[in-house]
Design a protein around this ligand. Structure first.
Ligand code: ZN
Length: 197
């Protein structure tokens, strides 16, 4: 299989609305792609990145709260399941697939997570604070949900013009053939799912 060139895709790319299926295998190519995801996340100064943000239909995301290589914990969550939400807190969020857009989102304050790490080890933890926030944002990506879907009606109206700008840019990139047609994107996603899911 040819080496895939990964890059971060932006709203409203259809893969951001793709609901990923659980992974069945982790191979050398996938480990390579995860390494590349960390590089892309650091370049963009992000703290979390989900696989479908690099156009991969896989149920995994990465996190490093320090947003810098060589600092903080590099975490990989494969097939994550979140449960037992507690409390509610409002925090400002941004997203590498919606660069420059920030808004406050209400989410549970604490959660329980189970997942697998890159070498197959089981992860189980109670999360709170920034890590709980990032994990919930990234998990949403895997279900095709963007943080702008979770805004209050008033903030949704506020960010509408910015979203429209992203939509216009996307259309013109497509006209320049920088972004493939929906059918081609879907065909590529099924090919990768066939291999990994
Ligand atoms: Zn995001």
């Amino acid at each position: 299989m040819k080496r895939r060139l990964l890059k971060i895709i932006e709203y409203p790319h259809p893969t951001l609305r793709h609901k990923s299926k659980p992974l069945r295998r982790v191979d050398a190519e996938l480990r390579d792609m995860i390494r590349k995801m960390f590089e892309l996340m650091y370049e963009a100064r992000g703290v979390g990145l989900a696989a479908n943000q690099v156009d991969l239909p896989l149920r995994l995301f990465i996190v490093n709260l320090e947003a810098e290589p060589g600092r903080g914990d590099e975490m990989v969550f494969i097939n994550p399941v979140v449960s037992r939400p507690k409390g509610q807190v409002e925090m400002e969020e941004g997203c590498l697939s919606l660069p420059g857009l920030y808004a406050k989102v209400r989410r549970p304050e604490r959660i329980h997570i189970t997942a697998y790490g890159m070498s197959g080890q089981e992860i189980e933890a109670e999360l709170e604070g920034m890590l709980a926030r990032v994990v919930q944002h990234e998990l949403d990506h895997l279900d095709g949900i963007l943080f702008t879907d979770r805004l209050s009606e008033a903030s949704k109206l506020e960010v509408r013009p910015e979203l429209e700008e992203f939509e216009e840019q996307f259309l013109s990139r497509r006209e320049r053939r920088e972004i493939p047609a929906d059918e081609q994107i879907a065909a590529r996603l099924s090919e990768i799912e066939f291999r990994y899911c």
